[in-house]
Structure formats: structure tokens, C-alpha cells
Design a protein around this ligand. Structure first.
Ligand SMILES: Cc1cc2nc3c(=O)[nH]c(=O)nc-3n(C[C@H](O)[C@H](O)[C@H](O)COP(=O)(O)OP(=O)(O)OC[C@H]3O[C@@H](n4cnc5c(N)ncnc54)[C@H](O)[C@@H]3O)c2cc1C
Length: 455
């Protein structure tokens, strides 16, 4: 397995359970020891929180969407001008221009269909998460697991659209009138005064400390005899004349196994150029901000949808850090393209940090006031992999030993959410069984979508 982020670690857990012998390589350092966050992938490089909801990996490509409107302009403008680009459009390389062209080429009908399929994948994954929590409760102990999500919308029209969606998906558990929301959560009084409380509802979902959870998986796998090789770089796939995989290149040497599972996150670069996935996995970063949780009335993690493009959705997760209750805000989008190194400067991200600070100030004004003089320049971000279709990638290629090479990724804002369903698909593939993800996330759907939009 190449890549030791949450996606491959969850797959590794289930593969080891099914008695597969595993070697896991990652170009980053061992996350069990302290490391500079920019050297780590999305899972370990960001903050120690992630959320599961039915709509976690929303399709931002939906044309005509009430919730994600104006996406046609996102890749035209830099963050400072309310776009998604971390650098000016003129500096994008040929692969980045092609990726953006592919993003725009997805037809409105396909975008709606892909959005529905993403929800289906999330819901299927939720069933596995549930079962996993029952079967292996020790993995979910001491990771600050918090059930149910309070969703807050600044704009009533967005709230009504989301209420309809969550009702249809079977995720909605309670709608709160503004009065009852304020009674339960007096902290939102100032948001209400600023006209930023358009609606609230409770939905199914949970949050946990993703890095603590993944470290538990790593230790569990090490105890089961899995070999981990850190600081080991994968640089490509070798194939024979027939297109079957003969091996992978790790630290400039070819290595051969029965099967391969590649989950490289946002930094695949050109390493997958001889696959159908090819140029589809690019990076979109998001930023983090932590506040003291001084609000005893908060019992659930939250998702705040603030109308406007830069920091549209913010996940707010309740955890303890060094014994103190903390609110961790994660939000924003910055297209980093096919860069293989993590070297964005915070000044380019100022627009996103400002938007998250605005969210903090609007909804948690007292907590924000306590830290506002200390947070500038400390901002962390991490980069998730993203595809032009909004769908993830699940590609399978036969190997000369009669096995499979699997490429996964591109799960945009929902890699954590979708990880168990991806693991299920990996396991089925290695057993030569059909799994829905093989066609739902087939990378060639991008080409089909473009061809149908041209014809
Ligand atoms: C701000 C923010 C908030 C988010 N919140 C949520 C959330 O609440 N819920 C949710 O479901 N998702 C969320 N996501 C998305 C989620 O974090 C990612 O989808 C997920 O962490 C991706 O995991 P991964 O295993 O695919 O990639 P990564 O964690 O990036 O792991 C990939 C690994 O591959 C290694 N690698 C890459 N290239 C090579 C190579 N050439 N050789 C060897 N190793 C290599 C990297 O070092 C890395 O360790 C969020 C993302 C961001 C940015």
C-alpha cells in the first residue's frame, strides 16, 4: 500500500483483518513521532479532527445549486478576489489548465447525478462506520467521539434547500426554530443580531480526533505484523506491453507484490500518468483555527454554512486538547493544482483565514476575543485531493501476478467519511468481486462526461 493517510489506513485495517500480508510505504515521516506538519499528508498535516455527515463530500460542481452557486467563477479568481486560486490564473501550468477545463466540461445533468452518487457513497460508508463502532469499540475510545451534528445556516434560503436535502436523504433528525435555537444555544444571540442565523437543524453524523484514531490503527497494524516504511518515495508504476502492472518504483527501485493499493492524497503529481486517473487528482486546501470552548451549552459538533464563496462551509468540532475543551474550525478552499510539495505561504491564504476568523467572530464572539491577538501567523492548512467531476477515483488495473493495482483518492471534503466504503471496495476487488464503487468512481467517467457534453 502506498500512502498512510486515513483512506489507506482504514483499508489496511480491513485487509489485515481479512489476513492479507501488508507492507505500507509513505514518503512522509512516521506520524507516531512529532514532525513538521508541512511534511505530512492531509490526514496528519491538518488539525486532529474530522466529521462524518451524509453530505460531507458535497459535489461543488453542481451548476444551479442553491448551496454552491457561482462555482463557474471559482477557478477564474484568486482567493483575495473571492475565488479558489492560490496564485494568479496566468501562472497555472498545462495540467492545471486542463483540470480546470475538465471541471467546467461536466454537464449540469452529470453534475446532479454525480452529487446524488456521492450521497449514496457517504450513506453506504455510514453503515460501515456504525458497524465498525459496534465491532471494535476500543478503536473509538479516547478519540473524543461526539455524535450528531448541529447545522447552522446564515441564509434562510440556503437553510430551506438544505433542510429539503437532508430530509430526503434521511439525515435530518430535528429542525430548530430560531427561538428554540437561541433558547438552547444563547451563544448565537450575536449571530442572530448580525442577521447570520437563517436556520438550524440537527442531522446524523459524528466527529472524532482523526489523528489519534489513525495512530491507533497504525499501532494495531504494527502489532499484527504489518511492515511500515516511512520516508519511502513512490515514483511510478511499471507495466508490460499488455498494460498489466509488473511493479512499482519505490526509492528508485522496482518492487513486486501480488496487489497494490495507491492512495496518495493530493500529491500524486505525475506518478499516475500511465493510469486512467492520470491528471485527475489535484489539490484544494482548507485552513484551521482553534478557539477555547467556553460554552457549556454546546454538546454537539457543528457545521456552519455561511453564504459567500471563500469560507462557505465550516466544520466546528468539539474536542479536548491538553485537558481543555476546544472548538476546532476547519474551512475554505484554495486550489493548489498538481504541486507535489507543500509550500504555500500564509499571505496567499489571507482571504481564507479572514473568512474563518469572521465565522469565529460571528458565531463564537467571546471565545474569538480571547485569542484574536495570538492567532495571526500561526494558521495551519492541509490539502485534500479533488477531481474535476467531484466524484472520487477508484481505478483497478490487472497485475502480471493475477492481482490488482488499485488507485483511490479525490474524495474532496469527504475522505474520512468515505474511507470505510473505499476499504469495502478494495477488499471486494482483491477477492475478484464486483463492488459499486468500481463503476461509481471509475476515472473514465470524466471522459464520458466530457464526450456527452460535446455531443
Ligand atoms: C480543512 C479540511 C477539513 C476536512 N474535514 C473533513 C471532514 O470533516 N470530514 C471528511 O470526511 N473529510 C474532511 N476533509 C478531507 C479529508 O481530510 C481528506 O479527504 C483525507 O484526509 C484524505 O486522506 P488520504 O488518505 O486520501 O490522503 P492523505 O492524508 O494526504 O494521505 C496520503 C499519503 O500518501 C503519501 N504519499 C503521497 N505521495 C506519495 C508518494 N509519491 N510516495 C509515498 N507516499 C506518498 C503522503 O505522504 C500521505 O501521507 C478535510 C480536509 C481539509 C483540508
Amino acid at each position: 500500500m502506498v500512502g498512510a493517510g486515513v483512506v489507506n489506513l482504514v483499508s489496511a485495517y480491513f485487509l489485515a483483518k481479512a489476513n492479507h500480508r501488508l507492507t505500507i510505504v509513505d514518503k512522509g515521516p512516521n506520524p507516531l513521532y512529532p514532525a513538521f506538519w508541512k511534511k505530512l499528508g492531509c490526514t496528519f498535516g491538518g488539525e486532529n479532527v474530522r466529521m462524518f455527515t451524509y453530505t460531507e463530500a458535497d459535489n461543488y460542481n453542481e451548476k444551479g445549486s442553491q448551496l454552491y452557486s457561482r462555482m463557474d467563477e471559482a477557478f477564474e479568481r484568486v482567493i483575495g478576489d473571492s475565488g479558489w486560486l492560490v496564485r494568479p490564473k496566468e501562472t497555472l501550468n498545462a495540467q492545471e489548465q486542463a483540470w480546470i477545463q475538465d471541471f467546467h466540461a461536466v454537464s449540469p445533468a452529470d453534475a446532479i447525478q454525480f452529487g446524488e452518487e456521492i450521497y449514496r457513497v457517504n450513506i453506504s460508508s455510514g453503515k460501515i462506520w456504525q458497524q465498525w463502532m459496534e465491532e471494535a469499540p476500543e478503536l473509538f475510545d479516547d478519540v473524543d467521539l461526539v455524535q450528531d451534528i448541529l447545522r447552522i445556516y446564515s441564509d434562510p434560503a440556503d437553510f430551506h434547500a438544505a433542510q429539503k436535502l437532508h430530509g430526503r436523504l434521511g439525515s435530518l433528525t430535528e429542525v430548530l426554530s430560531t427561538e428554540s435555537a437561541l433558547e438552547k444555544y444563547p451563544l448565537f444571540k450575536s449571530a442572530r443580531s448580525a442577521d447570520m442565523l437563517g436556520g438550524c437543524m440537527m442531522v446524523k453524523g459524528f466527529t472524532l480526533k482523526v489523528q489519534d484514531f489513525c495512530k491507533k490503527i497504525i499501532r494495531h497494524l504494527m502489532d499484527a505484523g504489518v511492515e511500515f516504511r516511512w520516508n519511502a518515495n513512490f515514483s511510478g508504476i511499471q507495466k508490460n506491453w499488455d498494460g498489466a502492472v509488473t511493479g512499482v518504483i519505490i526509492d528508485d527501485k522496482m518492487e513486486q507484490y501480488d496487489h497494490y493499493v495507491l492512495s496518495l492524497g493530493a500529491y500524486a503529481g505525475a506518478t499516475l500518468e500511465n493510469t486512467r486517473t492520470g491528471n485527475q487528482l489535484h489539490g484544494v486546501l482548507g485552513v484551521w483555527l482553534s478557539l477555547p470552548n467556553i460554552y457549556p451549552e454546546l454538546k454537539h459538533s457543528m457545521k456552519i454554512h455561511k453564504t459567500g464563496r471563500v469560507g462557505e462551509d465550516t466544520n466546528v468540532t468539539l474536542i479536548e486538547q491538553h485537558g481543555e475543551p476546544v472548538l476546532v474550525l476547519g474551512s475554505g478552499y484554495g486550489y493548489t493544482g498538481n504541486a507535489t510539495k507543500n509550500n504555500i505561504s500564509n499571505s496567499e491564504l489571507q482571504g481564507i483565514f479572514d473568512s474563518v476568523k469572521h465565522t469565529a467572530q460571528t458565531y463564537f464572539p467571546e471565545a474569538y476575543a480571547m485569542v484574536k491577538d495570538r492567532i495571526d501567523g500561526t494558521g495551519k492548512y492541509c490539502v485534500r485531493s479533488w477531481t474535476p467531476t467531484g466524484l472520487g477515483v477508484f481505478e483497478t488495473i490487472p497485475t502480471v501476478r493475477g492481482g490488482h493495482l488499485i488507485v483511490t483518492g479525490g474524495n474532496n471534503t469527504g475522505g474520512f467519511t468515505q474511507a470505510p466504503y473505499i476499504a469495502d471496495a478494495v477488499l471486494s476487488t482483491l477477492r475478484n468481486k464486483i463492488h459499486p464503487l468500481q463503476s461509481l468512481f471509475a476515472p473514465q467517467r470524466m471522459r464520458r462526461s466530457i464526450e456527452s457534453s460535446i455531443s
